[in-house]
Design a protein around this ligand. Structure first.
Ligand code: LLP
Length: 450
């Protein structure tokens, strides 16, 4: 167990044996706000937004489109304000995410609406508030968005989500652009071309460009290259057929981050430089103007900014075959605040946060408090052998898909999110209380419904 700066937020350090984030001691945070606690490094979050924004702008110049922060990775009203203050856009994929953006007074034309099965109510709401773009995902949706835009007396700007037939090298559940997926219109089957024709013919839709998102937590460049190449090829075919050029190319998100020692990290500038080279050369090959290029990073902005602090409740030594021992260390959260290990086999690291320890390391398994043996946060980790109830453990890089995928399983209360900066801390999402859970229970007299 050692402090790995590459997996913690930028303003994290171990000072006098204790993990300090944004100038706030772990022990003080736990005492003030309770545990489990998501601690978000506000300055780091803003730094990462700007990193992607300036990388896009400096490498694409006049062809820079928009950075749309993928709010599914983590969003709250306060975070949406950080995003809009930084001058980037937001990607929402449900009415709920749209509601958060609107509550934050996010400029509607900077909102991009995703989703493979948007309801009519969601589409109508998006159109009525004037969202910038709707990314259409199915044939039915072409008709629905067109009809609802007509009813609102508007022409809606849209992108088409294209499935370029790319196998992204990541977990199957978060790989999204091979053929056998629910997302988008496949190029290979001809669906993409049919969707383009129907969208062009729709009177209340303005087709601005093509979109793809090949998956998440990706480190290899080939998938991005292949997908972008195929989209540009399709844009050229569009120009040949419809005698106009598409103005936008949105290549989605998916940039991987470091969770454990040895993981790579992406330098936004290098990624955007490579993307710009590719887009420029492919467009030149097809005699196309370089369109506005947009991206949708979620994890790469939110992920590294947040650390979860848990309190240890119990420890238990279990004899393994061959005479070895495994120490189970149970904390006060688990699969309800971090489902990623259970769902994707995701790996995390951990450190003792409230003190240093010279005790010898022991093979440990970090588990939660749920009634499931699969409630494992870290399957195998060497931790100091003197870790005891009351100690605090910190798990870095939980900002993306941690709180946003949290559940109330076992009627657990979702943890608070606290923003830290220069030694100050403030709650941006409060901890649930039992009354929040009980508020959903109702006792109704039966009513006839036929
Ligand atoms: N754009 C679209 C259309 C997406 O579907 C996603 C993520 C993103 C952008 C952002 O991807 P990112 O940059 O965060 O990789 N729950 C999974 C990840 C699912 C990602 C879903 N879509 C996980 O915890 O790993």
């Amino acid at each position: 167990m050692k402090f790995l700066p590459e997996v913690f937020s930028i303003n994290s350090a171990v000072v006098a044996g204790e993990l300090v984030i944004g100038g706030c001691k772990s022990s003080a945070l736990a005492k003030e706000f309770g545990t489990p606690l998501f601690v978000i490094d506000e300055a780091d979050f803003k730094y990462r937004i700007n990193g992607w924004k300036s990388a896009l702008e400096s490498n694409f110049g006049a062809s820079a489109g928009q950075v749309y922060y993928a709010s599914k990775s983590f969003v709250s009203i306060e975070v949406a304000k950080w995003i809009s203050d930084a001058g980037i856009g937001i990607d929402v994929c449900t009415g709920g995410e749209l509601a958060v953006a609107l509550a934050a007074k996010f400029p509607a034309d900077q909102i991009e609406v995703h989703g493979n099965n948007k309801s009519e109510a969601e589409i109508a709401k998006a159109i009525s508030v004037g969202v910038g773009k709707i990314v259409i995902d199915s044939m039915q949706e072409i008709e629905r968005v067109n009809r609802l835009a007509a009813a609102a007396g508007k022409v809606q700007r849209v992108l088409l989500r294209i499935t370029p037939g790319v196998e992204a090298h990541t977990h199957e559940a978060i790989s999204t652009a091979h053929e056998d997926v629910k997302f988008g219109f496949s190029i290979a089957s001809g669906a993409a071309w049919r969707a383009i024709g129907e969208t062009e013919a729709a009177t209340n839709l303005s087709l601005e460009g093509l979109h793809c998102h090949i998956g998440s937590q990706i480190f290899e460049n080939e998938g991005f290259i292949l997908a972008t190449t195929r989209l540009i090829e399709l844009s050229a075919k569009f120009r040949d057929e419809f005698k106009r050029e598409l103005s936008e190319l949105d290549v989605g998100g998916g940039y991987g981050i470091a969770y454990v020692e040895g993981d790579k990290t992406f330098d936004p500038d290098k990624v955007m430089a490579a993307l710009a080279d590719l887009v420029k050369s492919e467009c030149a090959r097809h005699s196309l103007k370089v369109p506005k290029v947009s991206i949708e990073p979620g994890r790469a902005i939110a992920g590294p900014t947040t650390t979860t602090i848990y309190e240890v409740g119990t420890t238990k030594d279990v004899e393994l075959d061959g005479g070895k021992t495994r120490r189970y260390i149970a904390v006060d959260g688990g699969m309800s605040d971090n489902i990623r290990p259970g769902l994707y086999g995701a790996e995390y690291s951990a450190i003792l946060a409230n003190r240093s320890s010279a005790a010898s390391p022991i093979n440990s398994r970090l588990v939660g408090k749920h009634c499931e043996s699969g409630d494992i946060i870290i399957r195998e980790i060497d931790l100091p052998s003197d870790i005891a109830p009351g100690d605090l453990l910190a798990i870095p890089a939980t900002g993306a898909y941690g709180r946003s995928m949290a559940s109330n399983y076992n009627h657990m209360l979702k943890p608070a999110v606290v923003a830290v900066k220069n030694g100050s801390a403030r709650v941006i999402l409060r901890r649930e209380v039992e009354a929040d859970l009980l508020a959903l229970d109702v006792v109704e007299a039966p009513r006839s419904i036929n």
